[in-house]
Design a protein. Structure first.
Lengths: 130, 939
């Protein structure tokens, strides 16, 4: 069973993600902050971490992702963001999803990064505000 | 006649001639045969005396009888060569006669005593003489001893006691006392001295000299009569009755009281008591009277002696004081006998000469030798002139002391002459004036020094680079220094009385005279500026500072003036003035009371009000009848800022808008404090620079920046929208899945609620973005700021309750009328309140307060929550910066709030301290009140 850690500081969104992924057969743990995420990672040892990039926290989402990968080298990450900005450099080993997205796109993205295919969701990161 | 018969006849005649009585006592018959002479001795005829022995015995003095008979028996028992006895026997006239009896015993053939035969000589007279002699001797000894003791005694009391003591010890009397006749009502006699045996007799005697019973004794009588008074036999004397018992107890048998007299007046008595009766015979009384006189004399003598001693002491004292005074003043007196040329000097004069007092007698030559050789002639001439002519002598000369030191002596004197006009004596005083001379010399040296330093001062005054002058109170110059004279090109000789007013520029003269008159009238220091003509004809500006010099009574006696060349300063000032005048900046100066001191041409021009109308008035008080005018709240704010500069001493900066018919100008006004010498803010300089163009350029720049930031803005919108949209999508899918899977609908409801909430948030964001983008003026109407604030508070009340934060509202009691879109302002205030509540901890409090200032209403929202640091504060107004995260903020709250408040001509200030809280202050201009109502009106 694939273990997924969801890191998002918006309660409703976090809960919806947890329910959805749980229904899809993942073992889910949630964290509302960077510190909680690092703590959970030590105990839960997730295979994948889904990290909201716009964390109102001491760490930005990308920083937390890097910290998680350092802590657990086997752990893959999927970044989710509401911003229409380019995929940040150095996140090749990570999945990338732009809000809004279909929940199943996240399932695909998780499976992709676990497979080693780090391609993001088609269209995400390339779309520009016209 | 035979030889025997003849011899017997001769003897008989001799016996008769010698008044010798003969007797023959027949011891066997006890009968006595007396010769005729014997009988005559006792005043009897032959037949009047019988031969009975007992008859003889009856005639013998009782006191002597026992002694005599005893002697007879002793003699008869063992007869020796001769029998001799003295005894008294009664005369026929009753008086007692002293008899010397001498006898022998005639024996019979058997050797038995048959007859006793003897002679009988009357020795009464002899006895009396002896007694008298003894008494006289005693009295003389008494007087002599007393007089001797007079030289020993120290005072009167001792003297009186000594007299009494001598009377007892030398005179052999039993007691003696001296009494003083008091001049009191009872005429008592007060004991002064006493000696001898006195068992309380005098103390209880109560002798008086009154004419009564107690004054009737010898004492009283002696005082009254001034003559000695005797009680020959105290036991029998009737006048002695008051004291008899006591006197008998004390063993006094007779007494005498002798009057004590001074200048013929009796002042007391000397009373003497003897142990035997009739102790005072005529001669003795005479002697004792002398003693009394001596006593009185001695008393007087002692008194006089004491007085003389006191006088001598006083004399000595005054002499000593005189000497002391002379010693202190170094003054001595002298006397010169012109015949003997002996000079008598007082002690101090000797000391002045360096000699011991009265060390040796002095003659004229001795004195001359002591006088300094150079002064000898002067001294001699003075003496000569005094003696030969004037009689007055007054000379100073130097004395050379034995140790070589020199003293200066001033001597005054006079000459006395005899009847023929010949000078006999000179006398006078001499004083050592060396110290005085030295002091005067020192004073003269000091005066010289002062004069020297005065000269030096004058040199300084003439060389310092300032023009110094002094004026008399009437304005006339009595001194001007070299600089002055050089400047005006006049010779130094004219420095006095020179009329400096002639050098003053004619344009300045009236002003100078006016100031000068005012100064002399009040006597206060004055500063005057005027132009003075230089020697070459050029006028230069001077500052004249004049200070008055007053005498002890405060009257001005002279003015001192220092004139400083201020031409360069004046030029600089003029240059500065020209610059200021011609500056396009609005330049004004305000005095301590906030009143205009100066306004430049630029202000006149823009306000079309002449400069003179401003002077002395406060900012905003000038009636600006015409346009352009500054905005009301700008002026009020500026006026307050000026006042604050005076108080705080710190400069300030404001921007004001001035509307002209054709244009609206913005001025940046800097308020600069100007300080006096004491460091206080004396005035405030107002420099208003036209920044209209600058601000316009800034606004253009802002617009450009805004355009440039559209990209970012769009990205922000996308982020803000995408988040809720993403959430909606996810929640919708999840809800669908829940429903499809037949899970409990409550789970689906939860996600559907979330969807609705997120959708609402999207709508709000879009609406705000639209409003922000439009930036157009909304519809406004007069509103009460208090009402608007109250509505805003009601909107967020639920949120505050939910967050556990208390809200405290303090509204200004009067309405705060503003022209506003109430809904917008309400939203702005609500936004700020929401932020404040959100920043607060549970249990915290938020204060909402409205206040009215002159032209604006303020709304203060203060929390004591977490606060923001400077970086956060700087970004606070940027769009899409929200600290509320998932609490539903759109990130546009503050941006929108600021837009609304600015749109109403208001201001939003935020101050924050991390950990302490944030205070937001909204300032909205108040609506000018309707015409006719008091209070806030257009200045």
């Amino acid at each position: 069973m694939i273990k997924v850690l969801i890191v998002d500081d918006q309660t409703g969104y976090r809960r919806a993600l947890a329910v959805w992924l749980g229904e899809r057969g993942f073992l889910v743990e949630v964290a509302a902050s960077a510190d909680a995420a690092l703590e959970a990672a030590r105990v839960f040892r997730p295979d994948v971490a889904v990290v909201d990039q716009a964390l109102k926290d001491r760490m930005h989402g990308s920083e937390l992702s890097a910290a998680l990968r350092t802590l657990l080298p086997c752990c893959a990450t999927v970044a989710i963001s509401g911003c229409l900005v380019a995929r940040p450099p150095g996140s090749e080993r990570a999945g990338w999803l732009s809000k809004p997205f279909e929940p199943d796109d996240l399932v695909s993205a998780i499976r992709d990064v676990l497979r080693g295919d780090d391609a993001g969701v088609p269209g995400a990161g390339t779309e520009q505000l016209g | 006649m035979n030889n025997f018969q003849r011899s017997e006849t001769v003897l008989r005649m001799a016996i008769r001639a010698a008044k010798i009585g003969l007797w023959d006592w027949d011891l066997s018959t006890n009968r006595v045969v007396y010769s005729t002479e014997w009988k005559h001795q006792l005043g009897y005829e032959d037949h009047e005396i019988s031969g009975e022995f007992s008859e003889w015995e009856s005639r013998v003095h009782p006191e002597d009888l026992l002694r005599v008979t005893k002697g007879l028996r002793t003699y008869l028992a063992v007869p020796s060569d001769g029998y001799e006895v003295e005894f008294r026997i009664r005369h026929r006239d009753g008086s007692w006669r002293w008899i010397l009896a001498q006898a022998s015993v005639m024996a019979d053939e058997h050797g038995r005593a048959r007859h006793m035969v003897g002679s009988h000589v009357d020795i009464t007279e002899q006895k009396r003489m002896e007694t008298e002699l003894r008494h006289v001797n005693r009295a003389l000894r008494l007087v002599s001893n007393c007089n001797k003791s007079l030289t020993r005694v120290s005072d009167e009391a001792a003297w009186l006691n000594e007299v009494c003591r001598t009377a007892v010890e030398v005179g052999g009397y039993r007691m003696a006392w001296v009494g003083h006749a008091e001049q009191d009502e009872g005429k008592s006699v007060r004991p002064l001295a006493q000696a001898g045996f006195n068992p309380g007799y005098i103390e209880s005697a109560e002798v008086t000299w009154a004419d009564d019973r107690h004054g009737g004794g010898p004492g009283g009588r002696a005082i009254r009569t001034g003559r000695p008074s005797i009680a020959r036999n105290i036991t029998a004397d009737p006048t002695f009755s008051p004291w008899r018992a006591a006197a008998v107890r004390a063993g006094y048998k007779s007494s005498i009281s002798l009057p004590l007299q001074e200048s013929g007046r009796t002042f007391g008595i000397l009373s003497i008591y003897a142990a035997e009766p009739d102790a005072f015979d005529t001669r003795e009384v005479q002697i004792l009277s002398e003693l009394a006189a001596d006593l009185a004399f001695g008393r007087t003598f002692l008194r006089t002696r004491d007085e003389r001693d006191r006088a001598m002491q006083a004399l000595e004292e005054s002499r000593r004081k005189l000497e002391e005074a002379q010693r202190i003043a170094h003054v001595g007196h002298w006397e010169r006998d012109l015949e003997t040329e002996q000079i008598a000097w007082s002690d101090e004069l000797y000391r002045i000469c360096g000699l011991r007092a009265q060390e040796r007698p002095l003659r004229r030559a001795d004195l001359l030798e002591m006088i300094h050789p150079e002064d000898r002639q002067k001294w001699a001439r003075s003496c000569y002139e005094a003696i030969s002519g004037t009689g007055e002598y007054d000379v100073d000369y130097r004395l050379v002391r034995p140790d070589g030191t020199i003293r200066v002596v001033r001597s005054h004197g006079a000459v006395t002459r005899d009847r023929t006009g010949r000078a006999r004596r000179m006398f006078g005083i001499a004083q050592d004036v060396t110290e005085q001379r030295e002091a005067r010399a020192a004073l003269e040296r000091a005066l010289d020094e002062i004069k020297t330093s005065e000269d030096r001062l004058r040199v300084i005054i003439d060389t310092i680079p300032a023009m110094i002058s002094s004026n008399l109170p009437d304005g006339s110059v009595d001194f001007a220094n070299r600089r002055w004279m050089e400047f005006v090109g006049r010779p130094m000789e004219e420095r006095q009385g020179w009329g400096w007013e002639r050098g003053i520029h004619p344009d300045d003269l009236p002003g100078v005279i006016e100031r000068w008159r005012a100064a002399t009238a009040t006597g206060e220091s004055v500063e005057i500026e005027s132009r003075i003509r230089r020697a070459d004809g050029e006028y230069r500006w001077f500052l004249h500072r004049s200070v008055p010099l007053r005498d002890e009574e405060g009257t001005v006696i002279r003015w001192y003036s220092a004139s400083t060349d201020i031409e360069d300063r004046r030029r600089a000032e003029q240059t500065l003035l020209a610059l200021t005048e011609n500056s396009p900046d609005l330049i004004a100066r305000f005095d301590r009371n906030g009143r205009y001191q100066y306004v430049n041409a630029a202000i006149e021009k823009i306000t079309t009000v002449p400069a003179r109308e401003y002077l002395g008035k406060r900012l905003g008080d000038v009636t600006e009848t015409q346009r352009p005018r500054a905005r009301v709240h700008d002026l009020v704010d500026l006026r307050r800022a000026i006042d604050h500069v005076f108080v705080s001493g710190e400069g300030a900066e404001r921007e004001i808008n001035i509307s002209a018919p054709d244009t609206e100008r913005i001025f940046n006004v800097r308020l600069v404090p100007e300080r006096d010498d004491a460091g206080r803010v004396a005035s405030v300089l107002h420099i208003g620079r036209d920044v209209t163009d600058q601000r316009r350029a800034e606004r253009e720049l802002q617009r450009a920046e805004r355009l440039a930031s559209v990209g970012n803005f769009a990205a922000g919108i996308a982020h803000e929208i995408n988040n809720p949209v993403g959430s909606i999508l996810l929640s919708a899918r999840t809800a669908l899945a829940v429903l499809r899977d037949g899970k409990p609908t409550t789970m689906a409801e939860e996600f559907l609620e979330s969807i609705a909430s997120d959708a609402k948030r999207c709508g709000a964001i879009v609406k705000n973005v639209l409003r922000l983008a439009r930036q157009e003026t909304s519809e406004r109407s007069p509103s009460d700021l208090n009402g608007v604030v109250t509505s805003a508070r009601d909107h967020v009340h639920w949120y505050a309750d939910q967050s556990g934060v208390a809200m405290r509202t303090e509204l200004d009691p009067s309405p705060l009328p503003v022209m506003a879109n109430a809904l917008e302002v309400e939203q702005a205030i609500a936004n700020l309140l929401r932020n404040a509540i959100e920043a607060s901890e549970r249990g915290g409090a938020v204060v909402l307060r409205t206040e009215m200032s002159d032209t604006a209403g303020t709304v203060t929202i203060a929390d004591s929550g977490r606060g923001m640091d400077q970086a956060q504060l700087d970004r606070a107004f940027d769009p899409f910066v929200s600290s509320r995260g998932d609490k539903g903020g759109t990130g546009l709250g503050l941006t929108l709030t600021l837009a609304i408040i600015s749109g109403h001509g208001g201001k939003l200030d935020i101050a924050s301290v991390p950990g302490r809280g944030t205070t937001a202050i909204v300032t909205v201009p108040l609506l000018p009140e309707a015409p006719g109502s008091a209070g806030r009106s257009t200045p």
